[in-house]
Design a protein around this ligand. Structure first.
Ligand SMILES: [Zn+2]
Length: 383
């Protein structure tokens, strides 16, 4: 059993050390300071005998690409982002970029999202090496910039440059050690509602954009879009997150702006999502409004019956199949490149982006064992 031998090669102290070294590099995005982690990664990958290349589509926004193996045989890709979200230092119990072990957990910004996952994958390679297990596949690491603000200078840039090729991929975002095959996308918009100003003593003379926006808010927030629930992702959702309107208590408001987060299921386009918002607003009354698009990311999914899903599940000792309510770089690999891709990693999205972000050390080691077993056994998807 090469898988069992590879799993036994995992060294918990080493994976904690690797994760700590990555967390210690401040790669906050925005503004996007991935440069500080490049040298440590080059050293780590170089020690594994990888061929390393830096791709920098924008000055100061490097991604680290590495290949381990002879290049024959199938290619398995690990895509992990090296940027992290900003911090409010005063909310942290310990400095966010000085990793600290407390109560069996490793604390620091990026501990679970997702430097811990990257460290676990690197430890998977070390474990195979220490156990004397040959890796039958070529392993490709794409350790990318800019995931947290959309991927324009990271995975999307690599894809547009024609640099992304693999037979299968794992994105080690925090998944609580479950195998995620589907994720929701999102349309973020600003709805601008217009009214007619009048004196506040005679509100019926004007038309209040605030009052209209309130009706629109009621129509959109928690709306039922009449779409059948996805077995892993549930129903699409809508949240009205902000409302800004009017200028003074004694003036009838002439303008009000709503910011809306509409989550979509795989296969739904920006136009589908936009149309559904308009239908709900128009169904609630006659309003003078426009919709400005702030951002759209599409959902994505891999058929849960794909053989690679079973491969990862087996390596992960029978982990369950789940969906993610948010989008990751997996969408580029699945939708544009048709690469069978799962999200699997240590830690939980519930502490990602929060103060005192952590990853349980037991989960770091478990994830490393999964990667070791997967690397030892991956011989391609079609058998
Ligand atoms: Zn992430």
């Amino acid at each position: 059993m090469t898988g069992a031998a590879a799993m036994a090669g995992v060294n918990t102290d080493r994976v904690v050390r690797l994760a700590s070294e990555l967390i210690g590099c401040d790669t906050r995005n925005p503004p996007g300071g991935e440069q500080s982690v490049v040298e440590p990664l080059q050293d780590m990958l170089g020690a594994l005998g990888a061929r390393v290349e830096i791709v920098e589509p924008e000055a100061g926004r490097p991604s680290v690409l590495a290949t381990i193996g002879a290049g024959n045989g199938p290619t398995l890709m690990i895509n992990g982002h090296i940027d992290v979200v900003p911090v409010v230092e005063s909310e942290w119990s310990s400095p966010p970029f000085r990793p600290e072990v407390r109560n069996g957990r490793l604390y620091g910004r990026g501990a679970c999202d997702m430097k811990g996952g990257i460290a676990a994958a690197l430890e998977g390679v070390w474990a195979c090496r220490d156990a004397g297990v040959d890796i039958p596949a070529t392993l490709v690491f794409h350790l990318v910039a800019d995931e947290e603000t959309g991927g324009r200078f990271g995975t999307e840039a690599l894809m547009n440059a024609g640099l992304v090729h693999a037979d299968a991929a794992v994105v080690p975002e925090p998944s609580e050690l479950q195998v995620c095959v589907a994720e929701r996308g999102a349309l973020l918009v600003e709805v601008v509602v217009r009214g007619r100003a009048a004196h506040g003593s005679e509100p019926a003379v004007g038309r209040s954009a605030v009052a209209d926006a309130a009706k629109i808010t009621s129509a959109l927030h928690l709306a039922d879009f009449g779409v059948a629930a996805h077995p892993l992702l549930g129903s699409p959702t809508c949240n009205v997150g902000t409302i800004h309107g009017g200028t003074s208590a004694n003036i009838v408001a002439s303008e009000c702006r709503l910011r809306v987060d509409r989550r979509v299921l795989p296969g739904q386009t920006q136009n589908d999502a936009l149309r559904s918002l308009r239908e709900l607003i128009d169904g609630a009354g006659e309003f003078d409004y426009t919709i400005e698009i702030l951002a759209f990311v599409e959902g994505s999914e891999l058929d849960a019956g794909h053989p690679f899903v079973a491969d990862v599940q087996r390596a992960a000792s029978g982990a369950t199949i789940r969906g993610l309510s948010l989008a990751t770089d997996a969408r580029f690999l699945r939708n544009q490149l048709r690469i069978p891709t799962v999200v699997y990693g240590p830690g939980s999205m519930s502490v990602a982006h929060a103060a005192d972000e952590y990853v349980a050390i037991g989960e770091l080691a478990s994830a490393a064992r999964t990667f070791a077993a997967l690397f030892a056994s991956f011989t391609g998807c079609s058998r």
